[in-house]
Design a protein around this ligand. Sequence first.
Ligand SMILES: Nc1ncnc2c1ncn2[C@@H]1O[C@H](COP(=O)(O)OP(=O)(O)OP(=O)(O)O)[C@@H](O)[C@H]1O
Length: 264
Amino acid sequence: MNPLFEMKDVSYHYPKTASGVRGISFRLFPGETIGVAGESGSGKSTLVKLALGLLPADEGSITLKDISILAAGRKEKLRFRRQTQAVLQHDVRSFIPVKNIIHTLLEPVHNFPERGRALTNGNDRQFAEEWMTRVGLEPDMLDRRPEALSGGQQQRVHIARALSINPSFLLLDEPTSNLDTVSQAAVLHLLQHETAHPERGVLCISHDLAVLHQLADRILVMKDGRIVDDFYKSETWNQNRHPYTKLLVQAGGWNGLEDQGKTV
Ligand SMILES: Nc1ncnc2c1ncn2[C@@H]1O[C@H](COP(=O)(O)OP(=O)(O)OP(=O)(O)O)[C@@H](O)[C@H]1O
């Protein structure tokens, strides 16, 4: 099977700093969810921005199917955007303050009208209401301005918006960071369902191992801009894990290890 998305030897340095990422390589296959863990500043968000083509890599290659993100022209970028959705951390840009929530929610289906019409069956309002309900929001919030929603409610609108267009490639950067415990459980349940799509590849960034344990098949661990560990969740836990992974696990959140009788 060909990978859906691939990064090969990718490096990026923020100008005039020693910060960034180095030597990033991994392949994401259809139906797979890769989780990226790591402490604050380890390079997780930089990796997401590179994957989206929002930062230009200094070296290496980044591909979605047959599209080279670094060499993509206008048409190829459009093809990339048609297949890709992201829920980014603190993503306030996608809300336009003077537009109601329904405008934001329906933006992807309006940006790609042919696909959008097939998904909404021409009934935009009903489609938007269904998505609000799926992410646990009241449909009448569609007629509010973004400022009339809490941070957690806005986060759920972002999630609904990203999923509504049925993307092949989904990027989630701390998707549950603004949510209280009850909402987090509900959104994780929804994401678990949505990430199980056989043709979809998902890259999910989180500092919270419990979130990754629930969503991901495979985990990459980042430290100081590099991938220092890479393992499948289903792999038997072993002592070969990188010392930093062990530290992360000891810090908590890796549900199930205890059940397996494993120690770190
Ligand atoms: N615009 C920028 N200019 C310069 N350095 C940056 C910039 N953005 C991030 N960095 C640096 O690059 C490194 C990686 O940052 P990044 O935001 O990718 O980390 P992260 O793992 O996502 O952190 P967090 O979990 O806190 O969001 C850090 O050292 C950070 O200070």
